[in-house]
Design a protein around this ligand. Structure first.
Ligand SMILES: Cc1cc2nc3c(=O)[nH]c(=O)nc-3n(C[C@H](O)[C@H](O)[C@H](O)COP(=O)(O)OP(=O)(O)OC[C@H]3O[C@@H](n4cnc5c(N)ncnc54)[C@H](O)[C@@H]3O)c2cc1C
Length: 470
């Protein structure tokens, strides 16, 4: 177990000299929002000793140099929308909030790049790209609140990953401050680059444990001209989910998204939005997004996929080909996390990922676990890439029953995931929340590799300790 030094008044004074007094928070009330992310459990809450908000990379270098000298832990933080307690300072110390580094530095139309600081929201990046007729294809459901720095650190997925892949595919360069306080630029605007190890993609998804990202080179792509969404309600979940591999294999087109919502998620979304959704008594929804540059080609695609859905049991297929109907569908899909929180203020949202052909079997296992423990586990998520957000609701359980039930359910769910060729996290990361399960389930050789990489970057273990592996 690593031991750290306390944050003294002297350290706080030096932080104030680096970022100016308005960039340092020590008041408990002001620091309270920095003690947690979106994991809604007390166990994953820890008050920082100080929050510091740099305005530029040079200040980040000075903060890390100071922390390294004084052996104080530093936890980088974006918008705090994470679902793995990744930005929670589990050992106390400094929370390094990147929210003042929020500028779009360049939009390079000739090379199709946008260069940004880490504190820009993903939604802002999407809008700025759209204004240029371009697409930034990263699209987590939290786009309006999460920061691109957090997306990079988690290698965020989201709704468009079926066609476009995850955040990492669009990150070509990073400016990174190492735990020692040294700064370096990895990659940049070159589309091909195999010069040495692929350090850019070692940092992407490293959950703020290897370095602090201070600048990001993002690839943009042309914006498709036509987009259509299909909403297909099904009588039950199994029939709905069995259509997913059929769409992927027999559909003749790679959809942009294939999402699903089970009956509990549909009801929760309907109540939360206080709006009636079509066929809201259905057992499940499948949402398919298709896009392209030719109107007739997109129409032919959606007719074919719609027919396929009907042949495989869809009760109806609704076609949304204008912004307002498309927004209605996506509002329902994107609000589920908040909607379930109204149903149960404490819940445990999981992020398991299996090959798409295994989704039906995996959902059976989850339903069986829910029956055995007599709990509710609504499921929704990114069916087209096998990523299931199984969400265990606490309901009226007392603390002890909840913590025991949650641990048993997670153990079973993760073990079943591995049995079906999957992994415990498709996009939310390990953070503090899943570290003990990772230690149980990951090949020890790989745990050893992760530890070796961590100590190579951060021999004093000051950067985001307690995450991924101890
Ligand atoms: C309603 C809702 C919907 C969501 N939908 C999706 C989804 O569709 N897809 C998906 O992938 N996720 C989703 N998430 C999870 C979350 O939004 C993502 O993980 C997001 O990438 C986190 O970004 P953030 O800025 O909030 O990061 P934070 O939560 O602040 O931090 C996340 C991690 O990144 C590290 N970090 C942050 N900034 C930096 C930096 N500059 N340098 C180094 N490390 C850094 C932190 O230390 C931490 O480990 C959702 C969350 C919510 C609440």
């Amino acid at each position: 177990m690593t031991s750290y030094c306390p944050v003294t008044d002297g350290i706080i004074e030096r932080l104030g000299q680096i970022v100016g007094p308005s960039g340092v928070l020590c008041d408990r009330e002001k620091m309270a929002p920095y003690a947690h992310d979106e994991v809604s459990e007390e166990a994953y809450t820890r008050m920082p000793d100080v929050v510091v908000k740099p305005e530029n990379a040079e200040q980040v270098c000075q903060i890390l140099r100071l922390a390294n000298e004084e052996r104080v832990p530093v936890t980088p933080r974006g918008a705090g929308t994470g679902l793995s307690a990744g930005c929670v300072p589990v050992y106390g110390g400094i929370v390094l909030s990147l929210d003042r580094m929020n500028r779009i530095l360049e939009i390079d139309r000739e090379n199709l790049f946008m260069v940004v600081e880490p504190g820009v929201t993903t939604g802002e990046i999407q809008r700025r790209a759209r204004e240029e007729g371009l697409l930034y294809a990263g699209d987590p459901c939290s786009a309006e609140s999460s920061h691109i720095g957090g997306n990079v650190a988690e290698n965020a997925g989201g709704n468009k990953a079926v066609k476009y892949g995850t955040t990492s595919r669009y990150v070509y360069g990073l400016e990174v401050v190492l735990p020692s306080g040294e700064m370096t630029t990895l990659g940049g605007k070159c589309v091909k680059d195999v010069t040495g190890y692929d350090l850019v993609h070692l940092i992407v998804g490293s959950e703020g444990t290897l370095g602090v990202v201070t600048k990001i080179w993002l690839k943009l792509v042309p914006m498709p001209r036509f987009t259509v969404d299909l909403l297909a309600p099904f009588a039950d979940m199994q029939t709905a989910i069995e259509v997913v591999p059929r769409i992927m294999v027999d559909g003749g087109v790679v959809p942009t998204s294939i999402e699903f919502m089970d009956s509990q998620s549909i009801k929760a979304a309907e109540d939360y939005l206080n709006a009636s959704l079509p066929h809201s008594d259905a057992g499940a929804y499948v949402i398919v997004e298709l896009e392209g540059n030719g109107e007739a080609e997109v129409a032919a695609d959606y007719e074919r996929i719609g027919k396929l859905c009907q042949e495989h049991g869809a009760l109806e297929v609704y076609v949304a080909d204008n912004l307002s109907t498309q927004e209605r569908i996506w509002k329902a899909r994107k609000c589920i996390a908040e909607a379930l929180r109204v149903v149960s203020p404490v819940y445990c949202m999981e992020d398991i990922t299996v090959p798409i052909s295994e989704i039906p079997a995996m959902l059976d296992e989850i339903a069986e676990t829910a029956r055995r423990f007599n709990v509710s586990i609504p499921c929704f998520g990114h069916a087209g890439d096998g990523n299931i957000h199984a969400t265990l609701l606490r309901g009226p359980m007392d603390d002890r029953t909840w913590s025991e039930t949650r641990d048993h359910v997670l153990e079973e769910m993760y073990s079943a995931t591995y049995k079906h060729g999957g992994n415990m996290s498709g996009e939310h990361g390990i953070g503090a929340k899943r570290a003990k399960h990772l230690a149980r389930l990951m090949d020890p050789v790989q745990i050893g590799m992760i530890k070796a990489i961590k100590t190579a970057f951060d021999p004093s273990l000051i950067l985001n300790p307690g995450k991924i592996v101890e």
